[in-house]
Structure formats: structure tokens, C-alpha cells
Design a protein around this ligand. Structure first.
Ligand SMILES: C[S@@+](CC[C@H](N)C(=O)[O-])C[C@H]1O[C@@H](n2cnc3c(N)ncnc32)[C@H](O)[C@@H]1O
Length: 215
């Protein structure tokens, strides 16, 4: 794909994202997003905010820094933020979590929580991202995730492996077969709670904690 057609596709993806996600979000994911986010307070980093689907769920006690590398998704998120009753609680940046600008944006041990929903499947080098989250969180800080994951059964894995080359092109780098639950289990975070569910593919919802007393 040429750079121009990639940019065109990226724009189309951002335009269609909310429509494609409307039903799964409304029926299955909204309640989980709300459950994960409503209790968070303090300084929160949301990684890959997309169109800003999560914004409505943050509590009044939160100050959210959102990052999003796609300029098209970013523009939609900015729009959504400006329609919120309290837009000042959000600061958005058009960058990705591996970008050098993150160093100035987030200081070590400065965050109360990191939020990743449907994003650890797409981030290149997720292990590196998890170790950055560990560095940026205060002791006791929370990492909350909502992700599709690799199937546990061999047949499911084979199907995911088969479809992944097409899927990653259609879904802007998303890896259908990424074992994010295993990456999290090996990341050094302590598990607070987890929940596995099926939504056409296996999904994982979890709250994890950096060692230390609660923030
Ligand atoms: C499937 S969308 C999920 C959007 C949103 N988090 C949600 O729950 O609806 C994945 C998002 O991750 C973003 N993304 C990709 N690479 C990233 C990176 N390195 N850092 C942060 N976000 C990234 C994409 O641009 C896209 O908006």
C-alpha cells in the first residue's frame, strides 16, 4: 500500500470505528468499560484513546492524559472531549506510547492509573509498553485492561493465526492472536481481579497493580 492509500485507509478506519463498534460496545463492552474506569482517581494515562469511547466513564476525581498516534482518531477524540461537561479534565496528545515525547510528558512514578482498552493488541512491542507503565505508575498504582486475547485451544489459535495477516491489515496493526493475558501475567504487575469472556473471540478484562500500598 502506498503512503497515500495508507493514510486514506486510516482515515476511513477512524470514520467507521464508532459505527463498527456500536453494537458490541453497547451490548457487551460499555458495562465493562464503566466497571473498570469509574473507580479510578487522580492522574490517569489512557493509552490509544481512539475516538474517546471511554471518556464518559471517568469519575469527577480524575485528571486524564490521553495519547493517540492516529491523527484521524485523535481529531475525533478531541471533538468528543470538547462536547463533555468537563473537558478540562482531559489533555490529549497526538503521539504513541513508544514515542520519544513520552519522556517529557510522563515522569516516573507520577501516575495513579494506566488504562488500556483494545489497544495492547495493536501497540508494537507490548512488553516494552508494559515496562514503561510500571515505571510511570506510583507504587500501588493501577493498570486496567480490556482486550481480546489469543485462544487457549489449539484449534482456536490456528484459526486466529490463519486470519491474522488479513486482520492486521484491516484493523490497522491489531494482532488477533496476541496473548496479552500471558504478557500481563509475566509483566511483574500484581493481579487484583480478572474476568474472561467470549465475544466472537476470547476477551480478557483485568485490574492489576504495581506493588506498594494503594495510591
Ligand atoms: C482498536 S483501537 C481502540 C481505541 C480505544 N482504546 C477503545 O477502547 O475503543 C486501537 C487504538 O490504538 C491506537 N494505537 C496504535 N498504536 C499505538 C501506540 N503505539 N500507542 C498508543 N496507541 C496506539 C490506534 O491508533 C487506535 O486508535
Amino acid at each position: 500500500m502506498s503512503v497515500i492509500s495508507m493514510a486514506r485507509y486510516s482515515k476511513k478506519f477512524s470514520q467507521l470505528y464508532d459505527e463498527v463498534m456500536y453494537l458490541p460496545d453497547t451490548i457487551f463492552l460499555k458495562i465493562r468499560r464503566k466497571r473498570l474506569l469509574k473507580g479510578l482517581a487522580g492522574k490517569i494515562l489512557e493509552v490509544g484513546v481512539g475516538t474517546g469511547t471511554n471518556f464518559q466513564h471517568y469519575s469527577n476525581n480524575s485528571e486524564v492524559v490521553g495519547i493517540e498516534p492516529s491523527p484521524y482518531m485523535f481529531a475525533k477524540a478531541e471533538n468528543r472531549k470538547n462536547r463533555l461537561p468537563f473537558p478540562n479534565r482531559f489533555t490529549l496528545h497526538n503521539i504513541g506510547c513508544g514515542d520519544s515525547e513520552m519522556k517529557d510528558l510522563i515522569q516516573p512514578e507520577s501516575l495513579d492509573a494506566v488504562v488500556c482498552t483494545l489497544v495492547l493488541c495493536t501497540i508494537p512491542e507490548p512488553e516494552k509498553a508494559l515496562s514503561s507503565f510500571m515505571k510511570w505508575l506510583k507504587p500501588g498504582g493501577r493498570l486496567v485492561v480490556l482486550e481480546h486475547i489469543r485462544a487457549h485451544r489449539l484449534a482456536g489459535m490456528k484459526i486466529q493465526n490463519l486470519f491474522n495477516p488479513v486482520w492486521e491489515k484491516l484493523a490497522e496493526g491489531c494482532q488477533l492472536n496476541r496473548a496479552t493475558d500471558i504478557l500481563l501475567a509475566e509483566s511483574g504487575f500484581e493481579l487484583v481481579r480478572e474476568n474472561r469472556f467470549w465475544l466472537g473471540m476470547p476477551f480478557y478484562e483485568a485490574e492489576l497493580k504495581k506493588a506498594g500500598k494503594d495510591t
